[in-house]
Write a protein that binds this ligand. Structure first.
Ligand SMILES: Cc1cc2nc3c(=O)[nH]c(=O)nc-3n(C[C@H](O)[C@H](O)[C@H](O)COP(=O)(O)OP(=O)(O)OC[C@H]3O[C@@H](n4cnc5c(N)ncnc54)[C@H](O)[C@@H]3O)c2cc1C
Length: 548
């Protein structure tokens, strides 16, 4: 990463008082990077400030003991076809450098014990395959009705999100009308919507098996996020060629082409506000940097609770806004390395969603686990095989393979180690991690028994890792909770009460690379009062046509 054009360390790169930037972006997640690259493609010089030692937010990878793992990307929808929306937007941001590898006909495998349900690429294949598992006429009808609702909600979401980029005066006239159709879906829980269609708990359990993609069980999640995520993957999924780091690397080059840069190890302490206007940032080392435009991609809670001067927060009524939303759940990530090729180990591309045998009610499973974690099975275990998904993996890491495992874990299990330093949190912490790691490995061996005895390296990330490396205060996996209430909050938009300060990233649209990326486009559209999605899509399609 240190070699990448456009990415430097704040400690090593000497910024001078004369360095002028058209904009400062706080945080190098995909939302912030999209903003920076859109401005750069218009010729503007942008400085992206990233607290972590590496760029990319959740798109970053980390390397250890000769392996590399992706942190926050396992599959992305809408990029496996040159005319697909996200494909074109990534093409524009990376100037055609970003490439994607399709995951093939099956992107997710849902496993309740020995029962296997495949999620197949293409709405028709998806429905037809599900119907083989649910042959009764009333279940088949429910599957069709479900897909219809998912599509209706997605259609309605376009106006809902477009409204966020509108100037406040226009929004006060048409905003309500634009938001309403999607809110009819989003203000209901996923369980409420599905129970209208079926009383078959097994079918509900399968249809909501991707709830880990947004971190909330059906009884608490908004049907809005459920419908967006389900639809996102319906046409299949893909993985970045060369690994997730390619996202930050390729976009950094676009930023560098307009003389901008990303500085890592560059934590922002405060946004400097003069009058009611943002004019710059104060860094953790006390230094100040100025620009006429400040965009925060550091999350709404970080920005409104920690980066805006405390003296201003009350007068801007920020605490009242912030208390209407809550952080999402935290997670454990087990990163595993093997000294054998993916082919030799027989690893496939499809992700596994593993659930307790015969227990289809995710709300009950999670509640039981939280009440008695030691004596409960994990209520959800997600397994991804990144080395099988990246076609360049074998050339980059010959003879090796990786597996990632994710499960939910509340932050308060780890609170007592808050304030300790990474890798030096104490023997009790290490022992707790080891017990959790072994329990997760046993789940993996149940489905991939050939891996037993072959693990060369493993390490577990906890909510404290998420807090330390990506600066989410409660180690939250997906920013703000995706409950119905979140979608009703009109303050979750790019504009802020402070002039020249804008927000972007997953809290503004939704979690997911697609959601956070769209937030970047909305933010720049709001700033420039122009539709940057259409602009980028048109330019990308033209470039793709010219290349053919
Ligand atoms: C385990 C996991 C798996 C996931 N899997 C997928 C997947 O398979 N597919 C998918 O589409 N999505 C997935 N996601 C979700 C997706 O990665 C995120 O929703 C998305 O990357 C968030 O992007 P963002 O732009 O909001 O910013 P983030 O990626 O959250 O980045 C914010 C950045 O701001 C920086 N920052 C914070 N405070 C400061 C400060 N004061 N100064 C400077 N910098 C600061 C942080 O260090 C961070 O780098 C996953 C997420 C996780 C955690």
């Amino acid at each position: 990463m240190a070699q990448t054009r456009g990415i430097h360390s704040y400690k090593q790169h000497q910024l001078t008082e004369d360095d002028h930037f058209d904009a400062i972006v706080i945080g190098s997640g995909i939302g912030g990077m999209a903003c920076a690259a859109l401005l750069a493609r218009d010729g503007e010089k942008v400085l992206v400030l990233e607290k972590h030692y590496t760029a990319g937010g959740f798109t970053h990878v980390f390397k250890r003991n000769g392996y590399e793992w992706d942190v926050g990307i396992h599959y992305i929808g809408g990029v496996n076809h040159p005319k697909a929306m996200l494909y074109t937007l990534f093409h524009y941001l990376s100037q055609g450098k970003m490439q994607w590898e399709d995951m093939g006909p099956v992107y997710d495998k849902v496993l309740f014990g020995d029962e296997v349900f495949e999620f197949r690429k293409g709405p028709e294949n998806f429905a037809n395959t599900l119907k083989t598992y649910f042959p009764e006429a009333k279940d088949q009808r429910a599957i069709d009705q479900y897909l219809d609702l998912v599509q209706q909600a997605n259609k309605a979401s376009t106006n809902f999100f477009t409204e966020k980029a509108m100037p406040p005066a226009m929004s006060s006239v048409v905003g309500r009308k634009m938001r309403k159709p999607f809110l009819q879906f989003a203000s209901q829980t996923t369980r409420d919507v599905l129970e209208e269609l079926t009383s078959n708990e097994r079918l509900i359990g399968v249809l909501t098996a991707q709830f880990g993609d947004y971190g909330v069980t059906p009884g608490s999640s908004s049907f809005g996020i459920h419908a967006l995520v389900a639809n996102h993957y319906l046409h299949g999924a893909a993985f970045p060629v060369g690994g997730s780091a390619r996202i930050a690397e390729t976009i950094a080059e676009t930023i560098a082409d307009a003389d901008g840069m990303i500085l890592t190890n560059a934590g922002v302490e405060e946004i400097i506000v003069e009058g009611k206007k943002a004019v710059g940032v104060r860094m953790a080392d006390g230094r100040t940097l100025h620009a006429p435009l400040i965009i925060s991609s550091a999350g709404v809670l970080n920005t409104y609770k920690r980066l805006i001067p405390t003296s201003l927060q009350d007068s801007l009524k920020l605490p009242a806004k912030v208390q209407t939303v809550k952080p999402s759940v935290a997670h454990l990530g087990l990163y595993i390395g093997f000294k054998e090729t993916t082919v030799d180990l027989g690893l496939q591309k499809a992700n596994y969603w593993i659930y307790p045998a015969g227990k289809y009610n995710h709300d009950q499973n999670v509640a039981a686990y939280l009440a008695d974690p030691e004596n409960s099975e994990f209520p959800i275990v997600y397994v991804s095989f990144p080395s099988a998904k990246d076609p360049e993996w074998e050339a980059r890491y010959p003879g090796k393979s990786t597996v990632d495992i994710i499960t939910l874990a509340p932050y308060d299990w780890f609170e007592k180690w808050e304030g300790t330093k990474w890798k030096r949190r104490g023997e009790d912490y290490d022992a707790f991690k080891e017990a959790l790691s072994q329990k997760l490995l046993e789940v993996l061996y149940r489905y991939e028994p050939q891996l037993r005895g072959k693990v060369d390296h493993y390490e577990l990330s906890t909510p404290l890792s998420t807090k330390d490396f990506v600066n989410y205060e409660a180690g939250e996996i997906y920013g703000l909770e995706h409950d119905p209430n979140r979608f009703e909050q009109t303050f979750l938009r790019p504009q802020t009460p402070i002039k020249n300060l804008y927000l972007t990233g997953q809290d503004i649209v939704t979690a997911g690379i697609g959601g956070a990326l769209m937030a970047g486009f909305l933010t720049i559209s709001a700033i420039k009062k122009r539709d940057y999605v259409s602009k980028a899509r048109k330019a990308a399609l033209q470039a793709i046509n010219n290349d053919q």
